[in-house]
Design a protein around this ligand. Structure first.
Ligand code: MLT
Length: 404
């Protein structure tokens, strides 16, 4: 008789955004006359930039002719895209990353979930609390997190690093020694950031204790402040202890087209073996590459026009972030984030729990957000709104919340 992976049975509930989706759909069906404004999942709403669309059309035409047709993509991804990434995202910021250290993928969610494959089960993971649920859930599926305690909403073998108002929603170095440290800056869900000096402390710590940092920089394009690092490789020594995961979803609107990449520096070794060789083996075996047309679209993001147009999109979303921050502050809410990130983190009013506030907002204002507790126990009493809606909907949502 076959046996299933029983680790899945230990997972509490369903994936956070699936739960929210189900709740919102039920409300929509019961209230067909209500106009629901969705500021829950961080999904973009602006169309792809014209330079990206042009590249897509061109690549589609190439696929229709034998001379320019492309089949399987190379294991690491097309060199034209990896070169553009290295030049713009790394060399331009003084980071020593080479073209063959970049692995193109179908997005940061898959990579941050799959990266666990190259690490032994007995590694102890440390995560921020609140945290993007993918890091914890995928480790739980692998059997790395121990037992789940419903009451504490915590896994027995996970080191939680609380990110609270007192710490400016940034983690402090953990008291127990981890092997793998997940960091995401600008942060999802709190929208917080840390300075380069603060990030250097994490790199120094990882080097000291022999840990690997899995650095999710999916939101780096939203950074507006000078001393906030865009890449962990801006820190000295990071190529010997950090893997960086990036996405085209938030900086260029590829949530539906899927594209991302992971940097595994060759300097990062365990007992003389590079993690690069393990990830190359893993990807070569389990992944057949992002489509040619999408990689061409990704290349177009780095063209002069592409950069200008995608920066305008980010500006559009950041204008929404400002509307939310200012409007809610005026309405008496305590808000943070929204300055270097498209997420606004607010304290629920009147000591409501995160889910109570979710229901209240959905029912009374027909606005969807994300309950902070869905991201971890320290998220209880908080709520996340995204700046990814349309400007008109964002204005309307804020007006509705102000009237509550
Ligand atoms: C979020 O809402 O946290 C993100 O959209 C999820 C994701 O990027 O996978």
């Amino acid at each position: 008789m076959f046996k299933m992976n029983e680790n899945y049975l230990k997972l509490p509930g369903s994936y956070l955004f699936s739960t929210i989706g189900k709740k919102v759909n039920a409300f929509a069906q019961a209230n067909p006359d209500k106009k629901i404004i969705r500021l829950g999942i961080g999904d973009v709403t602006q169309p792809l930039a014209p330079a990206v669309i042009e590249a897509l059309h061109k690549a589609v035409d190439e696929m229709g002719k034998a001379e320019t047709f492309h089949g399987y993509a190379p294991d690491l991804g097309y060199e034209f895209l990896r070169k553009a990434i290295v030049e713009h995202d790394y060399q331009a910021r003084g980071c020593q990353i080479s073209v063959d250290e970049v692995f193109i993928s179908d997005g940061a969610k898959s990579d941050s979930g799959n990266i666990g494959d190259i690490f032994a089960l007995e590694n102890k993971i440390a995560v921020c609390d609140p945290v993007y649920p993918v890091y914890v859930d995928t480790n739980a599926m692998a059997g790395r997190t121990g037992e789940y305690n419903e009451e504490l909403q915590k896994w027995s073998d996970v080191i939680y690093m609380p990110c609270t108002e007192e710490t400016n929603f940034a983690p402090e170095l953990p008291s127990k020694e981890p092997d793998l440290i997940y960091l995401c800056f600008p942060n999802n869900p709190t929208g917080s950031t840390i300075t380069k000096k603060e990030l250097q402390k994490w790199v120094d710590y990882a080097l000291k204790v022999g840990a690997v940092i899995i650095y999710d920089a999916a939101y780096e394009a939203y950074i507006t402040e000078e001393d906030v690092p865009h890449s962990i490789y801006e820190c000295e020594g990071a190529t010997a202890c950090a893997i960086e995961i990036r996405s085209f979803s938030k900086n260029a609107g590829f949530t539906g087209t899927r594209l991302g990449f992971t940097v595994v520096p060759k300097e990062l070794k365990c007992k003389g073996t590079t993690l690069h060789s393990l990830w190359a083996r893993r990807q070569g075996t389990k992944f057949n590459g992002a489509p040619y047309i999408i990689q061409r679209a990704g290349e177009a993001v780095y063209s002069e026009e592409g950069q200008k147009q995608t920066k305008e999109q980010i500006g559009y979303y950041m204008k929404n972030a400002k509307v939310i921050c200012e409007g809610l502050t005026l309405a008496g809410y305590t808000v943070s984030g929204g300055v270097n990130a498209p997420y606004i983190w607010l304290k629920t009013p009147d000591k409501m729990s995160s889910w109570e506030f979710f229901d209240y907002l959905l029912e009374q204002a027909n606005v969807v957000g994300t309950p902070g507790s869905g991201f971890g126990p320290s998220g209880e009493g908080y709520f996340r709104l995204t700046a990814f809606g349309s400007y008109e909907n964002t204005l309307e949502a804020v007006e509705r919340i102000k009237k509550l």
